[in-house]
Design a protein around this ligand. Structure first.
Ligand code: 26V
Length: 812
């Protein structure tokens, strides 16, 4: 692309002058960002078009990853990395007087996701293209991404994230590929030549316009497409009547309601709410997406019976489950298929990934709402349910309870997970433990009915963004140690095992970690005016705020440490900096109170001169992909402390591991698989097992009050939530949190795990004192992290679920 630095500098300078008509001295970072991204866009255009031509000519099977969320973050740096010109551009820009960091900051984060589920979709996009699979994303182009978080007086305040304000350099609007999506109306049924015909009348139309984002493969000319749909009004505003009959106002209402469909991302994760707008969004995604898939398939001139050989659709959680009835509708109503044939095709095309076992997150749509908004889709779901019940009654003739447990429509609700399992050919969990829980507990009935459909696909992260890009010095060190094969074959990171005892290598790793910590410390100083010591142990918990993730356990431990220090100011501890980053769903009261608690504790501790050399607590505002890239490389300790059985997988855990942090964690999600490789020596495991947690839920036997009464450390910390002192400035300040634990019997076993968590932290303290041993452990963490590259995950999806291979270009 750019042969060398000087070629790049010349090309950029020429473009800057040509495009802006200004001398270089008058050019801003924002100008450079814009012109540079434009240059890249131009360069990749041909490869993008050619990738699509190859797909078409070779009739490659295409995978479509349907997701309500794609948390992609910024693209400039990642694109340059994948194009192999990051270093050239960085050096060239520097010589032109534009530090890359500042140019990069001009881009807004595409925050089109809440957390793990959305970021996973983004990592998968990167792996699909880098491994040369024909795999694309289908999502929504929200005008507003996840809210921007401000902390005011310790509380979270949400501001709209208008990420498109400055334009988006990475998208191309494709009005030529628009589709129509229909809502509301009535279905009329007619019989024509012995066949029933279903026609929806008096519906409301919405125009779906796709915006395509190129997904550039690493080191290859393969460019896939992330297609994000935007909802627009169908009518031409200038042709609307403006008379007194009210139609103009109806038009304005319609317009507003249409545009609201792709207006904002729902900021709730893990909590289902039966909101009509959310249902509209889901159907909009599914209908636009499936229509577009069929249109592309149509260009192959093959019969639709061959759809399963040429198309796979993976649905990211149940949010896009309506692809099942929508595909049925298009096959039956628009293409004349009979039910059975349409069902077989649909079944073979769709696969479903489950991301949560929290029952409150399982989607169940009110029957009536679906019936009104999507009358034809509702009829199809009803028919699916009717036939499924017959099948179940035949198989379990004397078990009506089981039949109602498994039915798709029950208690006036449509259970999306049941529809997804029954309507697709594959259901997978996202870590070994999670899949086992699905099979043995949550989806037991379905596992008994369809055992062959259940499979595990442990999550992964792209090592390109999370190691090579976020931590270039560490990546360079790895390459120096063992060459660069690991970049294409991340599992070969385990070649580092042999260097883990090498003192010189340990020192180099330590040096890089120190620099990353210094950079983060500088950021903290700039943002918050607080000085943190890069020699202290950086202990970090960044993730969505949720009770099951137990940020509370972390804060309780900090309060406990503080109590000990107050009692014994000379206590010998390794100086620590605790860092948090977390957004709470705006309606999640307790989560927001926990943010307030963290900030209150932080203010107290940071303001106490007596402990300032050994203890600091930082809450970083507005945690996002870009911030994660700054934070994670600087971590010594990674907090992965969810109540066992609750975290489906976790992916932050993998990012920290790959960056040489040691994990303190429970035997939950993918932590279990990390532990399998690392052993007790290289990880700090504590707390109840998933099985113990289950037993408590099932048989009882746990009392939070007993914990409170029997452990003085717990007693002290809990009391501090309600009595003026080091935590509260006034009485009862955090009584809500106190009650959530004691009066609701500590649903997530914070108190139960407290003691073993303290012990794990004592072990961390001890281990950190031996720096050589510590770095050895850090290196082993990096060495074993290759298994968690999303490349491995995607290869498994490709061969076991989608049945596709990397695309080889035939010579034309
Ligand atoms: C859930 C819901 C449920 C109700 C409707 C609205 C809504 C919106 C978003 C979500 C996402 C929650 C599910 C989620 O993010 N799960 C996370 O998925 C990660 C990737 O598989 C996994 O690593 C995390 O453990 C899991 O919590």
């Amino acid at each position: 692309m750019f042969k060398d630095k000087d070629t790049f500098k010349r090309a950029l300078t020429r473009q800057l002058v040509d495009k802006l008509g200004r001398p270089l001295e008058e050019v801003s970072e924002a100008d450079v960002y814009k012109v540079l991204s434009g240059m890249i866009r131009e360069q990749i255009g041909r490869d993008w078009a050619q990738t699509n031509t190859v797909y078409k000519e070779q009739k490659e099977k295409q995978v479509y990853y349907f997701s309500m969320e794609f948390l992609i973050g910024r693209l400039l740096g990642n694109n340059l990395l994948n194009l192999g010109v990051l270093e050239t551009v960085r050096d060239g820009l520097k010589e032109l007087g534009f530090p890359f960091g500042e140019v990069e900051e001009q881009e807004s984060d595409a925050g089109l996701g809440n957390g793990g589920l959305g970021r996973l979709a983004a990592c998968f996009m990167d792996s699909l293209a880098s491994l040369q699979y024909a795999g694309h994303g289908t999502g929504i182009r929200y005008k507003y991404g996840l809210f921007e978080q401000k902390i005011m007086d310790g509380n979270q305040v949400e501001l709209p994230d208008y990420w498109l304000q400055k334009g988006n350099e990475w998208e191309i609007r494709r009005p030529d590929k628009q589709v129509e999506v229909r809502f509301w109306g009535n279905v009329v049924t007619r019989e024509v030549q012995g066949r029933l015909i279903f026609e929806t009348i008096q519906y409301e139309s919405v125009r779906g316009v796709p915006y395509d984002v190129p997904i550039i493969g690493f080191g290859n000319p393969h460019i896939n497409t992330l297609r994000l749909w935007s909802a627009e009004s169908m009518m031409d505003p200038f042709r609307q009547p403006s008379g007194q009959d009210g139609s103009y106002y109806r038009y304005l209402d319609y317009n507003r309601s249409v545009e609201s469909i792709s207006e904002f991302l729902y900021p709730d994760d893990s909590h289902y709410e039966g909101k009509l707008l959310r249902l509209k969004q889901q159907y909009f995604l599914c209908s636009a997406g499936v229509q577009s898939v069929l249109r592309t398939f149509g260009k192959l001139n093959l019969p639709l019976t061959e759809l399963p050989e040429k198309v796979a659709i993976q649905i990211n959680d149940t949010h896009p489950t309506l692809v099942i009835p929508e595909l049925m509708r298009l096959l039956i109503d628009d293409n004349g298929f009979g039910w059975d044939e349409a069902w077989e095709i649909t079944n073979k095309v769709v696969g479903y990934t489950n991301h949560t076992i929290l029952s409150e997150a399982l989607e169940k749509w009110p029957q009536q709402m679906v019936k009104e908004l999507l009358p034809r889709i509702y009829m199809i779901i009803e028919e699916i349910d009717r036939r499924f019940r017959i099948q179940l009654n035949e198989r379990y003739p004397d078990q009506p309870d089981r039949v109602s447990r498994m039915a798709i429509i029950e208690h006036n609700q449509i259970r999306m997970a049941h529809l997804a399992i029954h309507g697709g050919h594959s259901i997978n969990g996202v870590a070994a433990l999670h899949t086992e829980i699905l099979k043995k507990r949550e989806m037991k009935d379905f596992y008994e009915l369809y055992p062959e459909r259940f499979n595990n696909k442990t999550n992964g992260i792209t090592h390109r963004r999370w190691l090579m890009y976020a931590n270039p010095d560490l990546a360079a060190l790895v390459t120096e140690c063992m060459g660069s094969r690991w970049i294409k074959h991340p599992q070969e990171l385990n070649g580092l095992i042999k260097c883990c005892k090498d003192a010189a290598f340990q020192n180099e790793v330590a040096k890089v970690k120190k620099q990353n910590k210094e950079r983060l410390a500088a950021y903290i100083l700039e943002k918050q005016g607080i000085t943190v010591d890069p020699n202290s142990l950086f202990d970090i918990q960044v993730k969505r705020l949720h009770a099951y993730k137990r940020q509370l356990l972390n804060v309780f431990h900090i309060i406990h440490l503080y109590n000990q220090l107050k009692e014994n100011p000379n206590m010998d501890i390794v100086p620590r900096t605790f860092i948090f980053g977390a957004k709470a769903a705006p309606s999640y009261y307790l989560a927001k109170r926990i943010i307030k608690l963290i900030n209150t504790v932080a203010a107290r501790i940071n303001g106490d001169k007596a402990v300032r050399d050994v203890l600091k607590v930082i809450f970083l505002e507005n945690y996002s992909v870009s911030l994660a890239q700054k934070i994670i490389p600087a971590a010594d300790v990674s907090e992965q402390i969810s109540t066992a059985s609750k975290e489906a997988s976790g992916t932050g855990n993998m990012k920290f591991m790959m960056n040489g942090a040691l994990t303190v964690g429970t035997m939950d999600g993918a932590n279990v698989e990390m532990h399998e490789m690392l052993g007790d020596e290289n990880m700090f495991i504590f707390g109840l097992s998933a099985e113990q947690v289950q037993n408590f839920y099932q048989y009882g036997g746990y009392s939070a009050w007993d914990m409170y009464n029997s452990d003085s450390r717990i007693h002290e910390v809990m009391d501090q939530l309600i009595a003026p002192g080091p935590v509260c400035s006034q009485e009862n300040e955090f009584r809500d949190i106190y009650q959530s634990i004691l009066d609701h019997n500590d649903e997530y076993f914070v108190l139960k795990d407290f003691s073993s968590y303290i012990e794990a932290h004592l072990n961390i303290d001890l281990a950190y004192r031996n720096q050589s041993d510590w770095h050895q452990k850090a290196i082993l963490n990096i060495a074993h992290s290759g298994k968690f590259s999303s490349d491995c995950t995607i290869r498994e999806y490709a061969s076991e679920i989608w049945k596709i291979s990397p695309v080889k270009r035939r010579q034309i």
